[in-house]
Design a protein around this ligand. Structure first.
Ligand SMILES: NC(=O)c1ccc[n+]([C@@H]2O[C@H](COP(=O)([O-])OP(=O)(O)OC[C@H]3O[C@@H](n4cnc5c(N)ncnc54)[C@H](O)[C@@H]3O)[C@@H](O)[C@H]2O)c1
Length: 259
């Protein structure tokens, strides 16, 4: 129970199969009270919060689109008003649209940049403002991707937004260090969430098996494993760790399995 007495906020956590939910559950398992966010399906989000409450945690469902700064501000206002404080923020919400570079539409370009870059900026800014005002540090963990370092076809804009998190996290870590706020990012490789149901090469059992074989540890990651990586950064184990990137990808980022 390393996070007893802490309050965490996790974005993009409404879907029970999502990485965000894996993070929320992992933080709650360590004793944190949790604000869970999503942009859609308020009933589903409320169900997740009820699930946490049934396990004995304080939990709040906070609907907001992270790409809308006024919605993010309202969410943080409410979170602090109802939960008392914010110690840990997992800025996890993200979107992908698989398409050939030549086919990218302005609409999809806008969506991916708005959620994956602007959304992280708005969430991290709102988080840092509250943590600085509280005066006793804080933890920010962004979910980027193995694509922060690794090129994939059909996802050039997504990859660019994830790579951007390297510099963003480093700059924030420098600016927020005097306030004892750490800023890090995790890089999932392949986790079989809704986001990946539409991924090219993952439609059939054969394709999924081929993907499995291409991961050095030979399986997809679990959302709970992403959650434990965030817990590492959020707990006292991560006290002296800031500005870093932790791939949680079964080795995918070091190369495809080839012998
Ligand atoms: N699944 C993977 O293999 C994988 C790999 C690398 C990185 N990631 C990253 O992990 C994060 C979570 O992905 P996932 O696989 O759980 O995806 P997911 O689609 O299963 O879940 C993402 C959740 O975020 C919500 N969301 C989308 N836009 C939002 C917005 N504007 N505001 C608030 N919530 C919003 C969605 O409604 C959804 O519930 C993303 O940042 C994604 O890029 C995923």
């Amino acid at each position: 129970m390393r996070l007893q007495g802490k309050v965490a906020l996790v974005t993009g956590a409404g879907d029970s199969r999502s990485i965000g939910w894996g993070i929320a559950q992992a933080l709650a398992d360590e004793g944190a009270d949790v604000v869970i966010n999503d942009a859609v399906q308020p009933e589903r989000l409320e169900q997740r919060a009820a699930e946490l409450r049934s396990q004995g945690h304080r939990a709040l469902a906070a609907l907001a689109d992270v790409s809308q700064p006024e919605q993010v501000e309202a969410m943080f206002e409410r979170a602090v008003a109802e939960m008392g404080r914010i110690d840990i923020v997992a800025s996890n919400a993200g979107v992908i649209r698989w398409e050939h570079f030549l086919d990218i539409t302005p609409k999809n370009l806008r969506l991916i940049v708005n959620v994956n870059i602007k959304g992280n900026v708005y969430v991290c800014r709102a988080a840092a403002q509250r943590m600085i005002a509280q005066g006793d540090g804080g933890r920010i963990v962004i979910t980027s991707s193995v694509q922060a370092d690794m090129q994939f076809p059909l996802a050039p804009i997504y990859g660019a937004t994830k790579h951007a998190m390297h510099i963003f996290v480093g700059c924030l870590a420098l600016e927020l260090a005097p306030h004892n706020i750490t800023v890090n990012h995790i890089g999932p490789g392949w986790v079989q969430t809704t986001l990946n149901d539409v991924a090219p090469g993952q439609q059939s059992a054969e394709e999924i098996e081929a993907n499995r074989q291409s991961v050095p540890l030979k399986r997809a990651g679990l959302t709970s494993e992403m959650g434990r990586a965030v817990t590492y950064y959020a707990s006292s184990d991560g006290n002296y760790v800031t500005g870093t990137f932790l791939r949680v990808d079964g080795g995918l980022g070091i190369g495809k399995y080839s012998y």
